[in-house]
Design a protein around this ligand. Structure first.
Ligand code: NAD
Ligand code: TYD
Length: 354
């Protein structure tokens, strides 16, 4: 095998961010073999990777990262050089309703992958890498000022962020104790095509389209830093190839919005796109009970990634938002497929009749 040929196993490649990472690797690196390992939970959907399904350098394997024997089996067959680990339970509201599945998937799943990688690599770490994809939510919640940097102490506050924080610690422990080559990145809120409509933007886009209420938690004053998903996938690509092993890189958009301001912008753009009278969508805004333990503000300082590896976001937010809205409006079948069945029950449970 030439130095350039690598087998890269991506976990969670049928999910939102994973499909963009898989697509980028398959298309830009034809000499890499890309293996997409995914359990296809409610959040995983093979439609998300349908356009690369027949590529000669792509394979899909259905497996559960919490099952050691299954993971061992996959690793024995494919012998990956690099693991990019995205598979996770990822939605804060679900973690409040059902925390144990987050502990199982995010903690046990990550430990299981680390252990299986340690076994298959057997101390031969040349050319190997375990890349763990994480979130800025591990750092906790900010006040009105300041930013998360890589050295900000961990202070997770939801079952989701606590389980992700624990998974980050596990990855560093395998790196430190067993000498496994690792790298981590912690990213802010992503938006873009193929995001499951439980998260703010696709949920609201879908509700606006159907003239349904827009459930804003609390006063809508919580702040998030939004990054277009393809910019995240490009950052992962850069860190994969040029990141220093053992390091952590924060990834963010320098693009903070209060939820209510973001929602008003979304409403304005969608009224124009749908040919509705200005103010139609904003009329759907409905303030609902706040999320339990709702973190007030996340904001990433991505200076390290910019200075050391030259990455910066490529899209202005307005442009990314328009692209995102156009994608959802142009992919009605995708939305109909993912919102049929179990989604209806989820929606009723979380939002009642709203
Ligand atoms: P997602 O929920 O859209 O996708 C998760 C994927 O993991 C799905 O395809 C699902 O089937 C798979 N999966 C879940 N449990 C599994 C298991 N036991 N075995 C195998 N596969 C399993 O999530 P996402 O938004 O794409 O996030 C991907 C990663 O990026 C997560 O680790 C998340 O914590 C992190 N992250 C997400 C964001 C964001 O804004 N979405 C921001 C920063 C970091
Ligand atoms: P979300 O997309 O769930 O991401 P996260 O909680 O990981 O930041 O939510 C983004 C923000 O939008 C967050 O402050 C919660 C808020 N929100 C609502 O106000 N209403 C909703 O229905 C949802 C899903 C989120």
């Amino acid at each position: 095998m030439s130095q350039l040929e690598k087998t890269i196993l991506v976990t969670g490649g049928a999910g939102f961010i994973g499909n963009h990472v898989v697509r980028r690797l398959v298309k830009n690196y034809p000499h890499y073999k890309v293996i997409n390992l995914d359990a296809l939970t409610y959040a995983g959907n093979l439609e998300n990777v349908a356009d690369v399904a027949d590529a000669p350098n792509y394979s899909f394997v259905k497996a559960d990262i919490t099952e050691l024997e299954e993971v061992r089996g996959v690793f024995a067959v494919y012998n990956p050089d690099i693991i990019i680990h995205l598979a996770a339970e990822s939605h804060v509201d679900r973690s409040i309703e059902d925390p144990l599945v987050f502990v199982k998937t995010n903690l046990m799943g990550t430990a299981t992958l680390l252990q299986a990688a340690k076994e298959v690599w057997n101390g031969q770490y040349d050319g190997k890498l375990f890349y763990h994809v994480s979130t800025d939510e591990v750092y906790g919640s900010l006040g009105e000022t300041g930013f998360f940097v890589e050295t900000t102490p961990y202070d997770p506050r939801s079952p989701y962020s606590a389980s992700k924080a624990g998974s980050d610690h596990l990855v560093r422990a395998w790196g430190h104790t067993y000498g496994m080559p690792i790298v981590l990145s912690n990213c802010s809120n992503n938006y873009g095509p193929y995001q499951f409509p439980e998260k703010l933007l696709p949920l609201f886009i879908n509700n606006i389209k159907h003239l349904k209420p827009l459930p804003v938690y609390g006063k809508g004053i919580n702040v998030r830093d939004w990054l277009y998903v393809e910019d995240h996938a490009r950052a992962i690509d850069v860190i994969l190839h040029e990141g220093k092993h053992g390091e952590t890189y924060n990834i963010g958009g320098h693009n903070e919005y209060r939820n209510i301001d973001l929602i008003h912008l979304l409403c304005e753009v969608m009224d124009a796109k749908l040919g509705r009278d200005p103010g139609t969508s904003a009329g759907l805004i409905t303030y609902v009970t706040d999320r339990a333990g709702h973190d007030m503000r996340y904001a990433i300082d991505a200076t390290k990634l910019q200075n050391e590896l030259g990455w910066t976001p490529s899209l202005e937010f307005r442009e990314g938002l328009e692209k995102t809205i156009d994608w959802y409006l142009g992919n009605e079948e995708w939305m109909e497929q993912v919102t049929s069945g179990a989604y209806q029950k989820y929606y009723e449970k979380m939002y009642g009749d709203a």
